[in-house]
Design a protein around this ligand. Structure first.
Ligand code: ZN
Ligand code: ZN
Length: 159
């Protein structure tokens, strides 16, 4: 019982310290770029931090509006790429009408299958793919920053 509580506390502390770490990462990045840490950018950062799974700029803007924020869509559209460049989120599902984003979770590396008919996105994990990616990078002494495998096609229901 005591071990469970201890683990819960440790997990909580981990989440809090992660949040503080990512915030200072974003602040440092803006500083390096000569950009200001504004309340609007902070709000977009906060909201992006609590989004789950894949999301679009439009969805984030809508959620901010619903919470009474007056941040313009343009600000949201401009701020998300900054979060990508900071390395806090990544842009996934390329070639779609709208850019999709998701968090970078070290422990949850996955790739995507995208149905071109219904727009469904399936996440999959394939260890052998990861091994091949590592092998290719090692062969060319290439340090990977972002690896994306996106397979576009037709899902079982749409076929
Ligand atoms: Zn489909
Ligand atoms: Zn995903």
């Amino acid at each position: 019982m005591r071990a469970v509580i201890l683990r819960l506390i440790l997990n909580f502390l981990k989440i809090v310290s992660m949040a503080l770490k990512t915030k200072s990462q974003f602040q440092n990045f803006l500083k390096q770029q000569g950009l200001k840490w504004t309340p609007e950018r902070e709000r977009v950062f906060q909201e992006a931090s609590v989004m789950e799974g894949h999301f679009e700029a439009e969805e984030l803007a809508y959620r901010l509006r619903k919470k009474g924020s007056r941040i313009s869509k343009a600000t949201v559209y401009r701020t998300l790429p900054l979060l990508v460049r900071t390395g806090l989120i990544k842009d996934v599902i390329h070639g779609e009408k709208h850019q999709h984003y998701e968090h970078i979770h070290e422990e949850n590396l996955h790739d995507h299958l995208i149905c071109l008919k219904c727009g469904k996105i399936v996440e999959f994990e394939e260890e052998s793919l990861t091994k091949i990616e590592r092998k290719v990078c090692a062969k060319y002494q290439f340090q990977p920053q972002k690896i994306l495998i996106e397979i576009f096609g037709c899902c079982r229901e749409c076929r």
